[in-house]
Design a protein around this ligand. Sequence first.
Ligand SMILES: Cc1cc2nc3c(=O)[nH]c(=O)nc-3n(C[C@H](O)[C@H](O)[C@H](O)COP(=O)(O)OP(=O)(O)OC[C@H]3O[C@@H](n4cnc5c(N)ncnc54)[C@H](O)[C@@H]3O)c2cc1C
Length: 390
Amino acid sequence: MPAAPLPIDLYDWFDTLTSGENDRRLALRAVLERDIAPVADHAWDRGQFYFDALQGFHALDPLAHYFDGTATNRALIDGLYSLELARVDPSMASYFGVHGGLCLGSILLLGSDAQKAEWLPQLRSFAKIGCFGLTEPDVGSGVARGLTTRCRRDGDSWILNGEKKWIGNATFADIVVIWARDEADDKVKGFVVRTSLPGYSARLMTGKISQRALASGWITMENLRVPESDRLSHANSFADTARVLSAARIGVAFQAVGCAMGAYEHALRYAGERQQFGRPIAGFQLVQMMLVRMLGNVTAMLGMALRAARLQDEGRATDAHTSLAKQFCAFHCRETVQLAREMMGGNGVLLEHGAARLFTDAEAIYSYEGTNEMTALVVGRAITGIGAFV
Ligand SMILES: Cc1cc2nc3c(=O)[nH]c(=O)nc-3n(C[C@H](O)[C@H](O)[C@H](O)COP(=O)(O)OP(=O)(O)OC[C@H]3O[C@@H](n4cnc5c(N)ncnc54)[C@H](O)[C@@H]3O)c2cc1C
């Protein structure tokens, strides 16, 4: 292998960042390499999240950009954090994305002044942990029309009944943003539900093969009484839910970029070290083709994600921009992690060589926050003017 191998950022995409933006990215990378990389495989293997390793990450104040009134790069910073987290551990990227962009983001966008005052500082400091409950056991892609969790006004409070599936952080979160259909007007409404309330329960989902360290919960709500003051006052229909999701979708595109970058780095290192037929496998033509495809994917994904984030920050991004970024990046992430795994032969299915965990974790990135098909349909509708969802 050459003394100075080709950089993974071959087109210098990161040079389009300001020095402040890049410094934050690199500061996070250093903390993740120190604190998370050493524990991620073991946590994945046990299917347990690693609270003890999070102090350094929380100390970086990684949600500060949501509170900087002058910031013009919120989507970009969120994306860079998502990228760096997923490069080391996609489970950790989900922990952050659910707590930040989805839970804190819902309250910031749709909450009352009192809700913001109560929850935003505690979420920012990670004193309280949040999650986002939209998906249900029987309704995923079709939530806009098909949500079955019900809410009913009863005096100064609301009664919630229903189940939520797949909810990241749900087993230890202090609050969960719950989306439910109002029995009176059939509109989807949002609630900041305190998980200590009677009628709320969450159990850990088991048997997961992707992002195993993420605590994915199955929530049950039985006659759960929530005060009117905890209803998100500016969430009037599913269109408001969709605004939160669309903003967060770019973060998932960046997760895909980070996951692919991590896999490429592991594969490149392995190709230089692994000897077969008396030479490093990096010297075989077919292995080089795999490396080229991976680098091409990463280069295209990174450029698209960075541009999508800038457009979002300029207020110019539509659903087509965010969905295309998620669709394209998740698709090419999946191919990249497959190639990394394949290049390692049998060792590619062992955690200790790095590719195996990212290979399986990419499957969740591919499916959550709008599956590959659903995000394609959003873009397809924008291209043709014809909705093809049903
Ligand atoms: C690890 C993980 C973490 C998650 N975290 C959260 C969370 O924190 N909060 C939360 O609310 N949800 C979360 N989810 C749920 C996630 O958003 C859903 O899995 C996703 O929206 C897809 O829904 P589904 O799994 O029910 O699949 P389904 O909607 O049942 O889809 C099954 C298949 O059918 C396809 N399909 C469906 N409708 C159409 C159509 N009209 N045209 C063509 N194809 C179609 C889909 O693309 C997919 O391939 C998480 C999921 C995972 C795996």
